[in-house]
Design a protein around this ligand. Structure first.
Ligand code: ZN
Length: 84
């Protein structure tokens, strides 16, 4: 089993025992896509900490922007799984 697989297995058990749900998300572009308008460009990432969208001007902490994208991706996966 891959290291990531072991980690996800432990994490899913922890989540389950805490009454939480774990959804693995592909992190590609989550740090460079604008959570407001969807514009995806590496230029949106001004510094390690700050995110300013070159298309719509949305400005926030880079981690907050990425977290919103990751949450949306996870919820979309859950919706797709429930619809199947
Ligand atoms: Zn934007």
């Amino acid at each position: 089993m891959r290291v990531g697989g072991v980690f996800l297995t432990i994490l899913s058990h922890k989540a389950e025992s805490a009454g939480r749900e774990l959804i693995a998300v592909n992190p590609a572009n989550t740090s460079r896509r604008c959570a407001r308008c969807g514009h995806c460009a590496k230029e949106n990432r001004v510094t390690q900490a700050s995110f300013v969208c070159t298309a719509c001007g949305h400005a926030t902490h880079a981690d907050v922007n990425a977290a919103i994208n990751i949450l949306r991706a996870g919820l979309a996966l859950r919706d797709a799984a429930e619809a199947a």
